[in-house]
Design a protein around this ligand. Structure first.
Ligand code: PMP
Length: 384
């Protein structure tokens, strides 16, 4: 049986979620837009789920839009806001370490007349408030900064960034996919106007996400059709998926604190043991202000890819960074933004635990990894 320490790339769906979803594929199959009883039942369940998910982030039910996932939510937030508000200005701020979906949205917007500025980060991956402030102009309409980084796990000062945006009358979007279920999110306290969440990142089904849109924030729809989701996201709602995400939220509301405590123990064991026992190993990301499931290292003189493949041979699944960019040969833009050299970025390894990680899984990684690193270093012309 494979030992899976790559929860940031994908998570299994919690069996309790699958059980809750199952009737909605067959017995409770209605479309909320239908006017008969089956349709009414679907509307009731849709609105209940919307309420559950809204309460998870301290939002109102009407502020939740269901989408097909985080990529779509990021598109709707940033492109939807930019198109709707272009009369106020054409300048948008993102950070250097945003998820690839945000970077590519920014690239698209820059081709159609928007100016994008990228805020640098410090060597721990923290975005500096002063740098955001310096780059704000009277043309800035939107700031988009991820709640926490999906690769190195650094958590940002979200409520302070939100406050800065509010004081300057600039909308604030945050992609909270990496942080959800690990950090309590409160859109009011955090001063967030637009927030992206995905279902799979809290052990719900894939292909489902939400965009929180604070009341009063105006966006253009990107998908036009029958007018579902207040006209902001047309298309029949994915009721089984929505039921699954709401159940995943209910489980998180009860279990998150305990889960985070358990994950922190695993994370700290990994960090302490690896830095203590493997020479010339380094931690990427913030030493303390990091996600409770994230341990991200670089090892001098070896390639992350060969490390990954050697661990794969031993039945351990890990990652060298974001699954969304793993097919490119380019080093991670996040690691380069930290100031790492290409060879340092290529020598990195991401270990992310989750709900079903066991103590024995961590023990196995700690037993195998030092041997693998030593063997690869012996073969490496790069290692002195
Ligand atoms: N944002 C972040 C931070 C992510 O890690 C991911 C990938 N899980 C996405 C957005 C895109 O999510 P999806 O592929 O589900 O649309």
């Amino acid at each position: 049986m494979e030992v899976y320490i790559d929860y940031q790339s994908a998570k299994p769906v919690d069996p309790r979620v699958i059980e809750e979803m199952t009737p909605y594929f067959y017995y409770k199959f209605g479309n909320p837009s239908s006017l008969h009883e089956t349709g009414d039942e679907a509307t009731a369940i849709l609105e209940n789920c919307r309420q559950t998910i809204a309460s998870f982030i301290n939002a109102k039910k009407e502020e939740i839009i269901f989408t097909s996932g985080a990529t779509e939510s990021n598109n709707l937030a940033i492109i939807g806001y930019a198109l709707r508000n272009k009369g106020k200005g054409n300048h948008i701020l993102i950070s250097e370490i945003e998820h690839i979906s945000i970077h590519n949205i920014a690239k698209y917007l820059s081709k159609i007349g928007f100016n994008i500025s990228k805020i640098p980060v410090n060597p721990y991956g923290s975005v500096n408030l002063k740098k955001i402030k310096e780059r704000m102009t009277d043309k800035t309409i939107l700031v988009s900064i991820g709640y926490a980084n999906n690769e190195i796990g650094t958590i940002q000062q979200i409520s302070e960034i939100g406050r800065l945006c509010k004081e300057n009358n600039i909308a604030f979007h945050s992609d909270a996919v990496a942080a959800e279920g690990l950090v309590p999110i409160d859109v009011k306290k955090d001063n967030i106007d637009l927030l992206t969440l995905s279902s799979n990142d809290i052990y719900g089904p894939k292909g489902l996400g939400i965009l929180y849109t604070r009341k009063g924030i105006r966006i253009n729809p990107l998908i036009i059709g029958g007018g579902q989701e207040r006209g902001l996201r047309s298309g029949s709602e994915n009721i089984p998926g929505i039921v699954g995400m709401a159940k995943a939220v209910e489980i998180m509301q009860v279990e998150m604190n305990e889960e985070v405590k358990r994950l922190k123990v695993y994370r700290d064991r990994l960090i302490d043991n690896i830095l203590g026992n493997i020479p010339k190993s380094h931690l990427n990301g913030h030493p303390t202000n990091r996600l409770s499931n994230n341990a991200h290292f670089r090892f001098e003189g070896i390639e992350g890819e060969s490390l990954l493949l050697s661990l794969k041979d031993k039945g351990i699944s890990v990652s060298t960074g974001s699954a969304c960019t793993s097919k490119t040969l380019e080093p991670s833009h996040t690691l380069i933004a930290l100031g790492l050299l290409h060879e340092e970025a290529h020598g990195s390894l991401e270990l992310t635990s989750g709900r079903f990680t066991k103590k024995e899984d961590i023990d196995l990684v700690l037993e195998v990894l030092p041997q693998v690193v030593e063997r690869l270093r012996k073969l490496s012309p790069l290692y002195k």
